[in-house]
Design a protein around this ligand. Structure first.
Ligand SMILES: NC(=O)c1ccc[n+]([C@@H]2O[C@H](COP(=O)([O-])OP(=O)(O)OC[C@H]3O[C@@H](n4cnc5c(N)ncnc54)[C@H](O)[C@@H]3O)[C@@H](O)[C@H]2O)c1
Length: 377
C-alpha cells in the first residue's frame, strides 16, 4: 500500500461551509491523511476544532507563515505535501502563492484569486515550481458529468451549437433586503470577495462547466448584471451571452436572488446530432436527446460509461452519488498527479482554467459597466 499523501488545510474550520466537503473528499479514495493546518485566524479556535475532529494539535499553526516555517523544519518524509486553501476569496492568492513558492502542491477553492492579474502571477509561479495545482470546480467530479464530457468531445451530439447553463441560488434573497444584515456577508464585500459576488461565486462554475464539457474556449461575452440595491457593490444576479464561434453560442444565467432556489445548476447542451440535459440537484441522471429516438437516460456505474467516469464510481449502479463523491474524485485525480501516475486532464481543473475563470469574471464586470458590450476573453 502506497503511503498516504500528507495534506494540510487552510480555512475550512467548523464555522465554514466547504470544510467538511474537503475533509470527507480527501478520505474517500484512501489517498490522503490530514496532518495539520490553520483552520481559523484565531489559533485557539483552530486548536479547538482540531481536537473536535480528533486531529493531533502539534501541527496546527497560528498562521500560514508559521505553517511554512514549521513544516520546513520537518524531514521530507514527514512534511505536508499538499495544502487545500479553503478560505474566503481574498486569501487564495497570498496563501496559494506562498505555498507554491515553497514547493507545496495546492488544491485551491474557486475563484482562483480576486483579480486576473493575481491569477496570472500565480500561474507563472506554478509553471516555475512545477507543482500540482488544482482548482476545485466541484461539479466536474461527478462521474456522469465526466461521461457527458467524453460523449460531447467524441462527437456523440455532433457539432455543439447551443450551450445554456443556469446556476440559480436563492440564499441571498432573505438576507439582502436589510441593509445592516447584508453588510455582514463577506460574499458582498469587495475586499473579501473580489469584484463580483454572483458571477464570481457561481457564474464561474457555469462558465467552467461550459468549457470543460465542450472542450472549447469561449471567445466573447456580453454581460448584464444586477446588484439589486444601489449601495450593494457587487452583483447578485447576472445573465451572460457567450460565443464560442459564429455558429456556436449560448447563455450563462446565474443568480443568488432566485427566491427559493437551492443549488440549481442545470446544464443544457445541444449539437447537430443530439443534446444533453443534466441537473446538479439530481446528479445521477443524464438525459440524452436526439431528433428521432425516445429520450435516453444514462446513469453512472454501468459498463457503457467510459474509463474516467467509471474510475470515479465506487459502488455498483443504483447507489446514488452526490457532491461528496464529486469532490472525492477531484482529490483522487490530484493524488494520481502528485504520485506521478497517469491521469486524464478531466480529473481536475488546473491553474490555466482557474485563470480562464478570473478572465470571465473580470470581463463580465467590465462588459456590464461599459453598457453591456461584447468583449473578447
Ligand atoms: N467549490 C464549491 O462548490 C464551493 C462551495 C462553497 C464555497 N466555495 C469556496 O470556498 C471558499 C470558502 O467558502 P466558505 O463558504 O466555506 O466560507 P466560510 O466563510 O463559510 O468559511 C471560511 C473559513 O475560512 C476561515 N478563515 C478565514 N480567514 C482565515 C485565515 N486568515 N486563516 C485561516 N482560516 C481562515 C474561517 O474561519 C472559516 O473557517 C470560498 O473561496 C468559496 O468561493 C466553493
Amino acid at each position: 500500500m502506497a503511503k498516504k499523501i500528507k495534506l494540510g488545510i487552510l480555512g475550512g474550520g467548523g464555522d465554514s461551509l466547504i470544510g467538511v466537503l474537503h475533509r470527507v473528499a480527501s478520505a474517500m479514495h484512501d489517498q490522503f491523511e490530514i496532518v495539520g493546518g490553520v483552520f481559523n485566524p484565531d489559533i485557539d479556535k483552530s486548536i479547538a476544532f482540531a481536537e473536535e475532529i480528533g486531529l493531533p494539535t502539534n501541527r496546527i499553526y497560528k498562521d500560514l507563515d508559521a505553517f511554512v516555517a514549521g513544516e520546513a523544519k520537518l524531514s521530507e518524509d514527514e512534511r505536508i505535501q499538499v495544502v487545500s486553501v479553503l478560505t474566503p476569496n481574498f486569501l487564495h492568492f497570498p496563501m496559494a502563492k506562498k505555498l507554491v513558492d515553497n514547493g507545496f502542491h495546492v488544491i485551491c477553492e474557486k475563484p482562483l484569486t480576486t483579480s486576473l492579474e493575481e491569477a496570472v502571477i500565480l500561474e507563472e509561479a506554478v509553471k516555475k515550481a512545477q507543482t500540482v495545482f488544482a482548482v476545485t470546480y466541484t461539479y466536474t467530479g461527478y462521474p456522469i458529468v465526466r461521461q457527458m464530457r467524453e460523449m460531447i468531445q467524441s462527437g456523440v451530439i455532433g457539432e455543439v451549437h447551443k450551450v445554456d447553463i443556469q446556476y440559480y441560488q436563492g440564499w441571498i434573497n432573505p438576507i439582502l433586503h436589510d441593509k445592516k444584515v447584508r453588510e455582514t456577508i463577506w460574499r458582498l464585500d469587495p475586499t473579501k470577495a473580489g469584484i463580483s459576488s454572483c458571477i464570481g461565486d457561481i457564474g464561474t462554475h457555469a462558465f467552467n462547466m461550459a468549457e470543460y464539457l465542450t472542450g472549447k474556449e469561449v471567445k466573447t461575452i456580453l454581460a448584464d448584471l444586477n446588484t439589486r440595491y444601489e449601495d450593494v457593490q457587487l452583483d447578485v444576479d447576472g445573465t451572460v451571452l457567450i460565443r464560442f464561434s459564429d455558429y456556436s453560442k449560448g447563455v450563462i444565467r446565474a443568480s443568488q436572488i432566485a427566491t427559493g432556489e437551492e443549488n440549481g445548476l442545470t446544464v443544457k447542451i445541444y449539437g447537430s446530432k443530439g443534446g444533453f440535459n443534466w441537473e446538479q440537484e439530481n446528479p445521477n441522471f443524464l438525459y440524452h436527446l436526439t431528433d428521432d429516438k425516445p429520450v435516453q437516460i444514462l446513469k453512472p456505474g454501468h459498463a457503457y460509461n467510459g474509463e474516467v467516469s467509471l474510475d470515479g464510481t465506487k459502488l455498483p449502479p443504483g447507489h446514488p452519488e452526490g457532491i461528496f463523491d464529486s469532490m472525492g474524485n477531484i482529490y483522487y485525480g490530484v493524488a494520481k498527479a502528485i504520485r506521478g501516475l497517469d491521469y486524464d486532464n478531466g480529473e481536475f481543473i488546473n491553474v490555466y482554467d482557474g485563470v480562464r475563470g478570473m478572465k470571465f469574471i473580470e470581463k463580465c464586470v467590465e462588459s456590464h459597466q461599459s453598457g453591456n458590450v461584447w468583449l473578447d476573453l
